[in-house]
Design a protein around this ligand. Structure first.
Ligand code: ATP
Ligand code: MG
Length: 488
């Protein structure tokens, strides 16, 4: 069917998130939307999908002007959006989530819906147990479920906001194949991203927005340098990686066993030196997340020991790890790290380690102002977490990390950040190595793993399949290992 946006304005108070945007996407077209953090991409797509009311402008579907007052209105016009942080109702099961928004009696017929879900899933090579609680699903699986739900509700325009951050490489391939198939059937697909190579891989045409307005539209392929210039208004400089000598062991893990309902990791060993950076590679659900959970005290170990600077932390619990200088930055921003509705200052209060009975609001405000400045978060101390753009939410999480950490654990640390921000964030993170902080991070981005780790552990089916030197390994080698293939 195709749609057209004419002169869309969306203002939040004095913030002009969209400032007269024009965009049209035909039926069967895979269209990319590029722009740096805070450019206004998510806002525009939320206007198109009924989550935000436009301040002014016009939305046309099939050449007809429509008025959208809610996401339900939008889906009735065939417009569905997959959010940057998948909006799944976590306490419920897969089937409950699939049924959300479905009209009338079908809602009651759970068996028919379960069959429908299975058929749709089958078509795209996904698989779901309808009775699994959705909180057990990986980010990639939540996304697959959300796509199926939107298709079931009749979406003909599908919007995906940063869909590849936090999903594994095979899940990404599957997603891309699905999108191509949907476009071939006449669906209009909008793919929002900062990752040029992904947009180049699947889109035919791309629109670039900067500071709320369209600064260019190009057919693909188009030289990457030209797109980067349009996105940032200049060339991007990527800093050099500082060289830090490795010190004595900071984190020692011996014979760790952790079990989850689905998976267990047995006999895991790791020694991380002061200032060392260890990358965890692997498909989602291969064991890296439950090991990170155990190393941060979020999940108790079923066996083995975890020591930091020679102190045994195995049984101290989450608070004990925090007190021991171990902090974990998880991947799901709004569900694990940030609280919707709370302001930035309130977040700093929550994250402060003072343990005092009375809240020091003045101190917290000062800390917030400092954090905002240091991490260039686009927002004010009174902004709520959900009013920040995705990239700025990630910056907020990074700004809230304690100083002088002994061990910093992270999952997809630059998820949702544009290239310039990601390079800058890593510069800040690596600077912590000068204090001897040991860093362990999991990422789905092979380039990121190779670029910033010293050593990379590749997880496969709950075990460490291989350990490689990041300086001599390659995307190719890692890709094979992640799939469980050991060559040579
Ligand atoms: N609900 C809101 N209230 C106030 N300001 C908002 C709200 N939502 C977005 N903004 C502001 O609008 C601007 C554009 O944000 P938007 O989320 O559209 O950016 P984006 O291009 O998606 O960025 P990112 O790549 O970081 O996700 C930002 O300055 C953001 O803080
Ligand atoms: Mg966004």
């Amino acid at each position: 069917m195709g749609f057209e946006l004419r002169e869309i304005h969306k203002h939040f108070g004095s913030v002009r998130a969209n400032n007269g945007v024009n965009l049209s996407v035909a039926s069967g077209e895979l269209h990319g939307l590029l722009g740096e953090n805070g450019a206004g991409k998510s806002t525009l797509m939320k206007v198109l999908s009924g989550f935000h009311q436009k301040t002014s402008g016009e939305i046309l579907v099939d050449g007809e002007s429509i008025d959208l007052r809610s996401p339900a209105d939008a889906i009735e016009h065939g417009i569905g959006m997959l959010h940057q942080d998948p909006l799944v109702f976590l306490p419920f099961t897969v089937l409950d989530n699939f049924l959300i928004g479905s009209p009338g009696p079908e809602r009651l017929n759970r068996r028919a819906a379960a069959r429908e879900l299975a058929t749709l899933a089958d078509r795209f090579g996904f698989s779901f147990d309808p009775d699994t609680p959705t909180r057990r699903l990986t980010v990639g699986e939540r996304q697959q479920l959300e796509i199926l739900r939107l298709l079931w509700l009749g979406a003909r325009v599908l919007i995906l906001d940063e869909p590849t951050t936090g999903i594994s490489a095979p899940q990404r391939l599957k997603l891309f194949a699905t999108l191509k198939e949907l476009a071939a059937e006449g669906m209009s697909v909008v793919f929002v991203s900062h990752k040029l190579e992904e947009v180049e891989e699947i889109c035919e045409r791309v629109t670039i927005i900067r500071a709320g307005t369209v600064v260019g539209e190009r057919d693909l392929p188009c030289p990457a340098a030209e797109l980067v210039e349009l996105m940032f208004g200049g060339e991007v400089e990527i800093g050099e990686r500082p060289v830090v000598g490795l010190g004595p062991p900071r984190l020692t893990v011996s014979d760790l066993t952790v079990r989850d309902r689905m998976l267990s990791v047995e006999g895991f060993n790791l020694e991380v030196a002061e200032g060392e950076v260890i990358g965890f590679a692997g498909l989602e659900g291969s064991g890296q997340r439950i090991v990170l959970d155990a190393l941060s005290g979020l999940r108790s170990a079923n066996g083995g020991t975890i020591t930091v600077n020679g102190r045994d932390l195995t049984k101290v619990g989450y608070r004990g790890y925090l007190d021991g200088g171990v902090q974990f930055l998880p991947a799901g921003r709004l569900e694990e790290g940030l609280v919707a509705g709370l302001t930035l200052t309130e977040h700093f209060v929550l994250s402060s380690r003072s343990g005092a009975f009375l809240i020091d609001w003045e101190g917290a405000l000062a800390e917030t102002v400092e954090g905002i400045a240091e991490y260039s978060v686009k927002g004010t101390p009174d902004s709520t977490a959900e009013s920040l753009s995705g990239g700025n939410q990630q910056r907020l999480l990074l700004a809230m990390l304690q100083d002088n950490l002994e061990v910093l654990l992270m999952e997809h640390p630059t998820r949702g950040l544009d290239i310039e921000s990601a390079a800058w964030v890593w510069e800040q993170l690596l600077r912590r190595r000068e204090d001897g902080t040991a860093i362990v991070f999991a990422s789905a981005d092979l380039d990121e793993l190779l670029e910033y780790s010293d050593r990379i552990l590749v997880f496969f089916a709950g075990g460490v399949l291989a350990e490689v030197d990041a300086r001599t390994s390659s995307v190719d080698e890692l890709g094979h290992l992640i799939g469980g293939k050991v060559t040579s």
